[in-house]
Design a protein. Structure first.
Length: 152
């Protein structure tokens, strides 16, 4: 290899290394904002319940999930299966969805929503009215999962 070729090759490699050093920065710019990612997860949960798919709901729950009512992941599964067996159709209406995220705590967030659950029988039994649902979210392996839920 001639000296000129070696010099040209060295310049090319330095430019390539310089450009490649920016790829990690660029990939960080394309990350979905927490609020949008959580809103997408809420839609997935809504769709999964309406389609009576408890497995998809459970995929959105953290392994450490718990509810203020003392329910764990298995409790959620039992509750969903009971509703799915009891009601032919289930429709969920979510309004006033407010997602709170503080960049100082990048792996946690909260959301509050007004939720009404209806079925073929109109308002489901024990579900009369609009519920205020609060969820706590945790980011695990880049995915937002529900870690806790409470409702009133």
């Amino acid at each position: 290899m001639s000296k000129a070729t070696f010099k040209h090759y060295t310049k090319f490699m330095l430019k390539l290394i310089f450009l490649l050093s920016f790829f990690p920065l660029l990939s960080g710019c394309t990350e979905v904002p927490a609020e949008s990612a959580i809103a997408e997860q809420i839609e997935k949960i809504q769709t999964a319940i309406e389609n009576k798919n408890s497995q998809k709901v459970l995929k959105t729950l953290s392994e450490s999930f718990n509810s203020a009512q003392g329910m764990d992941r298995q409790g959620v599964k039992r509750l969903l299966l009971a509703y799915f067996l009891r009601h032919k159709n289930i429709k969920i209406y979510i309004t006033n969805n407010n997602i709170s995220y503080n960049p100082a705590y990048p792996n946690v967030a909260t959301s509050e929503s007004a939720v009404t659950v209806t079925g073929a029988e109109s308002i489901l039994p024990n579900q009369s009215g609009i519920y205020k649902v609060k969820t706590e979210w945790v980011r695990e392996d880049g995915e937002w999962l529900v870690s806790s839920v409470s409702w009133e």
